[in-house]
Ligand binder design. Structure first.
Ligand SMILES: [Fe+2]
Ligand SMILES: [Fe+2]
Length: 338
């Protein structure tokens, strides 16, 4: 089925931006992509209807966006995550109020819920969308795969460990699905070989069509929020810049399309901060040389070097923050005029 150029671009932009987030996330590097591949295959093996499979794939592709700090992401790579709730809550907050992602917000919010928690009254089962069980299982498959990588038979060690956790961590009804899916070599091969493009551009096809032409704005707002949530100094900064830029354009009598572009540019203007560790953005004192270099780099990093994203957002105004270094409070200082 033929797609409109805007819908196709939107999906490509989503792919580009997700890749950008992962590229700078060394601890969880490639985690989103592999979990998406595992979740997609588990959902397909189970026979999830296509629309729900699409929802699962989108949720899996960004499921850890709420993990802002290095220490937090480090914790997620452990076998038993002690306190996953902060990154689940933050992820749901980032997605809230964005219509295109509203239906996956609850999946992100509960993607680490253990089956036992719903049986012992710690979590209300009706709060947990079915997609969460697939996503949790896929997420742990990726973590166990790293954990058992040096075992004599890594695949069997992983399968045994996960088997022992059905009814405790994982939904018992998914055991058969897990056994059938993971005995195939293709399951593991796909996790290595399937790219985000292949997963998202095919698996979320129908879903993205239904999401409609506001998707571009939604994606831009989503990534603006991811950037903003990296530091409490900038919690709503990108959204505010977008709103102000749009109002100025309207006030100056620019066409509606230009005003919208400026709003989207505002959402995305600090996207390079994705590459700056939160520990630097949040540092209460002056930055040292290396930290300063990383901070200054953010204006020049093109987080969407992928040509499809660039063409979608082009022509967009560019912005270079007028600061040189941080003052004693850690807040960027304006450059002195000569
Ligand atoms: Fe997570
Ligand atoms: Fe994860």
């Amino acid at each position: 089925m033929k797609e409109s150029s805007e819908q196709l671009s939107t999906k490509r932009v989503l792919v580009s931006l997700i890749k950008s987030v992962d590229a700078y996330n060394s601890l969880l590097k490639d985690h989103h992509r592999r979990v998406t591949a595992f979740a997609y295959q588990l959902g397909a093996e189970y026979g999830l209807p296509y629309k729900r499979l699409s929802k699962l794939v989108i949720a899996a592709s960004i499921h850890d966006i709420g993990a802002i700090y290095v220490a937090e992401r480090d914790e997620l790579t452990k076998i038993d995550v002690e306190n996953p709730e902060p990154h689940e809550i933050n992820g749901a907050r980032i997605l809230s109020g964005i219509p295109a992602f509203e239906d996956i917000r609850d999946v992100i919010r509960h993607h680490h819920v253990r089956y036992e928690d719903t049986q012992r009254g710690r979590v209300n089962p009706s709060d947990v969308p079915e997609e969460c069980w697939f996503l949790h299982l896929a997420d742990r498959i990726d973590i166990y795969a790293r954990h058992f990588a040096d075992s004599p038979d890594p695949k069997e060690a992983l399968r045994q460990e996960i088997r022992s956790r059905f009814g405790r961590d994982f939904l018992p009804e998914l055991r058969g699905t897990f056994e059938r899916a993971t005995e195939s070599g293709q399951f593991w091969h796909n996790a290595e070989e399937l790219s985000f493009q292949e997963l998202l551009l095919s698996a979320v096809d129908t879903e993205m069509k239904e999401r409609g032409p506001t998707d571009l704005e939604s994606v831009a707002l989503l990534f603006g929020r991811i950037v903003d949530s990296k530091s409490h100094w900038t919690l709503t900064h990108s959204q505010s810049v977008g709103a102000v830029a749009e109002r100025i354009a309207q006030f100056m009598g620019f066409p509606e399309q230009t005003s919208l572009k400026l709003r989207i540019a505002g959402y995305l203007h600090d996207i390079g901060k994705i590459a700056v560790p939160s520990e630097i953005l949040e540092k209460p004192g002056p930055l040292d040389g290396e930290e300063l270099r990383k901070m200054q780099e953010h204006a020049s990093i093109s987080a969407w070097t992928n040509s499809s994203a660039r063409s979608t957002f082009s022509p967009m105004p560019t912005y270079s923050p007028p600061f040189s270094k941080r003052g004693p409070t850690g807040i960027p200082c304006p450059r002195k005029r000569r």
